[in-house]
Design a protein around this ligand. Structure first.
Ligand code: NAD
Length: 554
């Protein structure tokens, strides 16, 4: 082989040959190495002789996947594939996103987190513990890739609906970034999953001798802030344009950290802002059906946590765009939490994140009482408590509005405030319903309804892509607002006819590009970009995205 040819092969394979190449999941192609590559790269004999194409490899992995009986087995199989051959894993995920999303992300990822210490095999994210304070830069330098554009970080305090899982929360950033790759085409080598291990208050984990995280109570003092700050500042220094996504932090830290960094660093919190945008998009879709404006609505929220407040903020941005002041916008919101209506008249101190939307009116103890008084046009369930949108609540609401908009967003399905069928039947087929977890279509009195699923995966990949492409210096609520509008616009009329307010999940890739374009345009219009604006933004984004295809090495 000529020297020039061997040099070019070496650069594509990063100098790896033989077993080293097969053991590198990013470069490995397994049986899809061609005869020429096998000869040139010292692979001859290490693989069965027949060359097959990626399409045939997909057939084989799909067949093997089909043999896995439980969702956890399926998860382990997929992560095993990712550890062997990244391109093939992402190709499988991209081509079967709708089917595989519940395995690589919620709900199965929750189970995988609970079992983390038993199923850990190879590093898929960076563990940074309290003991690493002062050396975070050294840890980041150990990560094999050094052009990071997005990191998802958790401290494991509130993993999905499962609570404090400490270091076991690592599965969440890994899963979320897999969706960034599959749904938005972000190169996996530009992503970094991180779990900040600050201890756990989960007694069961601390008593488990095989738990792999720090065995101490969760740090609440200055050491916590020091570790978070060292992480953020080190990322900023190493990768100035890196987007930082906070994920599954407990309520207090989630709101506090977002406030602390949002004006100076490109940070986002999907639980707050992503949920806000995806819900607003669903509402805008619903208003396409009722032909009303957002300003005409009276909105009751069941739940005033990260989702409830995030959604209210997103709707407030939308109302302000329609010309209302923040004060006028807030008058359209009523939050109900476990103690009833959130009001300043409630005895005792309100948590800081509830203050903004607390009402100046006497307390009302129950959701039913609030619905009776307010006659809401929109009812949003983000309480994590099943069954609270009962027949009385839905019927009362339906008595006062023609098309009640009811979103039961609590996850998983068993926690939804009501089912799709209940919403449609108790409202005599008038409800416009959406949920956090999927519900099957329902037919009532011969009428077909396809409930939409307000999955955050419609929003965050596109927002991340838009922020990365424009090099946004910070991330504003208005960017999420543009994302929500782009998503609402992407719902075809045919779905609206079936009273479905979200696009099909199989269209997420296309929707993510639409969202990325809308977000990047907002970044440019605010002058917050670090990258110059290209002539053809959409083509520029499409060109930049990573595709799960093998690179020819020879
Ligand atoms: P959170 O813990 O931050 O907030 C929960 C809120 O519900 C709190 O305000 C709490 O006081 C309130 N609550 C608890 N019990 C209640 C009761 N009996 N009556 C009224 N209110 C009650 O949690 P979160 O992050 O805000 O998530 C809440 C729910 O929303 C979860 O089930 C989550 O799965 C779901 N969620 C859905 C989506 C989506 O559909 N895209 C996104 C994010 C969260």
């Amino acid at each position: 082989m000529s020297t020039a040819k061997s040099d070019s092969i070496n650069s594509l394979c990063e100098g790896k040959r033989g077993v080293d190449l097969l053991n590198n999941p990013r470069l490995n192609k397994g049986t899809a190495f061609t005869a020429e590559e096998r000869d040139g790269l010292g692979l001859r004999g290490l693989l069965p002789p027949k060359y097959i194409m990626i399409e045939e490899q997909l057939e084989i992995v799909s067949e093997n996947y089909g043999y896995k009986k439980t969702d956890l087995d399926k998860f382990i199989y997929l992560i095993g594939l990712l550890d062997r051959n990244e391109t093939l894993f992402y190709r499988l995920l991209v081509e079967n996103l709708e089917e595989l999303m519940p395995i690589v992300y919620t709900p199965t990822v929750g189970l995988a987190c609970q079992k983390y210490s038993r199923i850990f095999r190879r590093p898929r994210g960076l563990c940074i513990s309290l003991r690493d304070r002062g050396r975070v830069d050294e840890l980041l330098s150990n990560w094999p890739y050094q052009d990071i554009r997005i990191t998802v970080v958790t401290d494991g305090e509130r993993i999905l609906g499962l609570g404090d899982l400490g270091l076991n929360g690592m599965g969440i950033p890994v899963g979320k970034l897999n969706l960034y790759v599959a749904a938005a085409g972000i190169d996996p080598s530009k992503t970094l999953p991180v779990c900040l291990d600050v201890g756990t208050n989960n007694e069961e984990l601390r008593e488990d001798p095989l738990y792999l995280g720090l065995n101490q109570p969760r740090e609440r003092g200055p050491a916590y802030d020091e570790l978070v700050d060292e992480f953020i500042q080190t990322v900023r220094t190493r990768w100035p344009y890196c987007t930082i996504q906070f994920e599954d932090f407990g309520n207090k830290n989630a709101f506090r950290l977002l406030e602390k960094y949002r004006d100076t660093v490109p940070v986002l919190n999907d639980d707050i802002q992503g949920t806000g945008a995806v819900t607003l998009a669903g509402l805008l879709g619903a208003l396409r059906i009722t032909k009303q404006s957002l300003a005409d609505q009276r909105i009751v929220f069941l739940g005033a946590g990260e989702a409830g407040i995030g959604i209210a903020e997103a709707i407030m941005t939308g109302l302000c765009e329609e010309g209302l002041t923040e004060e006028e916008a807030k008058q359209r919101f009523w939050h109900v939490d476990s103690k009833g209506l959130v009001t300043h008249a409630r005895p005792g101190e309100l948590e800081p994140h509830k203050l903004l939307f607390a009402r100046n009116e006497p307390p009302v103890g129950t959701l039913g009482g609030v619905v009776e008084n307010v006659h809401p046009t929109i009812l949003l369930g983000v309480s994590g408590q099943p069954g609270l949108f009962n027949q009385m609540v839905v019927r009362t609401m339906s008595r006062h509005v023609e098309r009640p908009i009811i979103f039961a967003l609590s996850n998983p399905t068993s926690k939804a405030e009501c089912t799709a069928e209940q919403a449609y039947s108790w409202s005599d087929g008038q409800a416009i319903f959406a949920s956090g977890s999927p519900f099957d279509p329902v037919t009532i009195n011969g009428r077909f309804f396809r409930p939409g699923q307000g999955n955050n995966a419609y929003i965050f990949p596109g927002v991340g892509l838009g922020v990365i492409m424009s090099g946004a210096k910070r991330i504003t609520n208005s960017m999420f607002h543009q994302a929500a509008k782009a998503l609402a616009k992407a719902v075809p009329d045919s779905l609206l006819k079936e009273v479905s307010v979200y696009p099909r999940q199989s269209d997420i890739k296309k929707v993510s590009v639409d969202i990325a374009v809308a977000v990047a345009r907002e970044v440019y219009s605010l002058g917050l970009n670090g990258e110059p604006e290209p002539d053809d933004l959409e083509a520029h984004i499409q060109d930049w995205t990573w595709k799960p295809e093998y690179t020819p090495y020879v």
